[in-house]
Design a protein around this ligand. Structure first.
Ligand code: ME8
Length: 527
């Protein structure tokens, strides 16, 4: 397989102190859609997710729960695995930072940075927010209730004074700015890129990368009184998973540098400033892209445990259906922007886009074939079809792949879906215009052609939508009797092929009895 047909994509590794909520589900879902898209497009994909299990915040949560940190992390890490199953994620690896492979990799990158002269011993005196596991400058803080100092993220900070190793981050300002300039697509979306460059332009201070005031973490090599800063440990997971420190391993040479680190906007600085600096310092290639998506609120309110308005992905999947939730999350909000979760918006998407548009199209066409064509794919006339109203819709459906691929490569998932739906709606309109139910009496051959073309259009939609709604698309493709090994993007109409190339549906294929795939959501059912 050629080098450009590989794709390595990662989610953040989630802190195990929290129960998984819609925000976590969202990031991994976006990665899952991309990973599936690339696989169906013929790429050799490696998709990584996992849990971030070290640090003061997890140590504190374990203490609150009254259990040892290891026992605590074993238990709560499982919640994220369960979420992955419930959301039908297709990850290839689930990493936990407490695993031996990761401790080895974290110590190895530390040793490399030390050998390369980028780590020195000093002492840290400053503000630290355990919730963010981040250091803040006095100038960034505001005063909260009771005179408490508050970080820009809203987290409380505490004063920390202790011996610490430092990474010479200040020396990386110029190389980083140069890197951003040479790689304009490294940080996306563009507005976020500007945020990062202006932060780096403002100057960087050396970064404290070890702590001595707690124990739950990776010990610093040769100085075990120090525990590695949890972010240096956490970021390293992306290379652990592909075999670091064995940089000559097949996995490492095949997958590194990563194609995409998907993150929320809250942790962009760690991924776009610290991580590339650590990697450059250790002489390791920098990933190709970091995309920072926006923030979900719940019916207009910040989602938080203390407010008690956490949206449990399992609950909404139970209520609305898995693919319905997957579709909504990818369609409702322009990817990159903040978004608000509301039941009203969810129901509206299910009933209009899924039930009325796509679901109705499939159901009408497949039932007509079932009733009027002996439950077999009808034959299409070989000439004169250009004049049928469905013909131009077929051409549009055949041309979707390039547009959709372009949007997915830019992580503009909502635009990819919008493009597909533009043609879905047209297809529904052409059903009405072509009126196959009238043709049945006046021109049965034309009816057969119209229904064949519509089935072929639906095949294009179902293949293209598999990354977003895998189960539902599998059902549609089953109903069209498309074999499982003929569902790749290479089986879509090839641009230089004839109207119906070898991949097209073949007339005479028996079809199973059609069943609705996207039911309407009737509100009373919610109760
Ligand atoms: O930051 N809306 O872990 P974390 C959208 N362990 N996305 C949200 C969200 C919301 N309301 N809430 C959370 C950490 N997220 C570190 C990462 S990576 C080397 C270490 C998503 O459990 C979003 O992707 O706090 C955010 O960046 C991530 O969860 C934070 O997860």
């Amino acid at each position: 397989m050629s080098a450009d047909k590989r794709y390595y994509i990662t989610t953040p590794i989630y802190y195990v102190n929290d129960v998984p909520h819609i925000g976590h589900a969202y990031t991994t879902l976006a990665c899952d859609v991309l990973a599936r898209f690339k696989r169906i497009d013929g790429f050799d994909v490696h998709f990584l997710t996992g849990t971030d299990e070290h640090g003061q915040k997890v140590e504190k949560s374990a203490a609150t729960a009254g259990v040892k940190p290891q026992e605590f992390t074993d238990r709560v890490s499982q919640n994220f695995r369960d979420l992955a199953d419930a959301m039908n994620y297709s990850h290839d690896d689930f990493i936990r930072t407490t695993e031996e492979r990761h401790i080895e990799a974290s110590q190895a990158i530390w040793t490399k940075l030390k050998e390369n002269g980028h780590i020195y011993l000093g002492s840290y005196a400053g503000w630290y927010a355990v919730r963010d596991e981040a250091f803040y400058d006095e100038s960034e803080l505001t005063e909260g209730e009771g005179g408490k100092k508050i970080a820009p993220s809203g987290a409380e900070v505490e004063w920390v004074e202790e011996p610490s190793y430092f990474f010479d981050l200040s020396k990386w300002q110029k190389p980083l700015l140069q890197f951003y300039e040479d790689n304009p697509d490294f940080i996306a979306p563009r507005s976020r890129r500007n945020e990062v460059t202006s932060f780096v332009n403002g100057g960087l201070r050396d970064l404290s990368i070890s702590r001595t005031s707690f124990k739950w973490g990776v010990p610093v090599p040769d100085d075990p009184d120090h525990i590695m800063y949890v972010w240096l440990d956490a970021l390293t997971n992306y290379i652990t998973a592909v075999g670091y420190p064995d940089i000559n391993s097949d996995a490492f040479s095949k997958h590194w540098p990563a194609d995409l680190h998907m993150v929320g906007k809250d942790i962009l600085r760690f991924h776009a400033v610290y991580w590339p600096a650590f990697l450059m310092g250790a002489g390791i290639d920098v990933p190709k892209r970091v995309f920072a998506h926006g923030w979900w609120t719940n019916e207009g309110q910040k989602i938080s445990k203390s407010v008690g308005n956490i949206i449990d992905p399992n609950e909404i999947v139970d209520t609305y259906g898995l693919d319905q939730v997957r579709y909504f999350l990818m369609r409702e909000v322009p990817f990159g922007n903040d978004g608000d979760f509301s039941h009203r918006a969810m129901i509206s998407r299910i009933n209009s886009d899924l039930a009325n548009d796509l679901g109705n199209l499939c159901q009408r066409v497949l039932s007509m074939i079932h009733k009027n064509c002996d439950a077999q794919l009808p034959a299409c006339q070989s000439s004169g079809i250009e004049n049928l109203p469905v013909y131009s819709t077929l051409t549009d459906a055949q041309q979707l792949l390039d547009t959709v691929r372009g949007h997915v490569d830019n992580q503009a998932f909502h635009e990819a879906l919008e493009e597909i739906w533009r043609v879905v709606r047209d297809a529904n309109r052409t059903v009405d215009e072509s009126a196959p139910w009238t043709l049945r009496k006046t021109d049965p051959e034309a009816m057969a052609s119209v229904l064949y073309i519509l089935a072929e259009i639906i095949r294009h939609f179902a293949i293209l939508l598999q990354p977003f709604m895998p189960e539902s698309c599998a059902k549609i493709l089953d109903q069209l009797a498309v074999p499982e090994d003929a569902r790749g993007f290479k089986h879509l109409h090839s641009a230089d092929g004839t109207d119906f190339d070898d991949n097209a549906l073949s007339a005479g294929t028996p079809l199973p009895k059609p069943e609705g795939v996207f039911p309407r959501f009737v509100e009373d059912d919610a109760a």
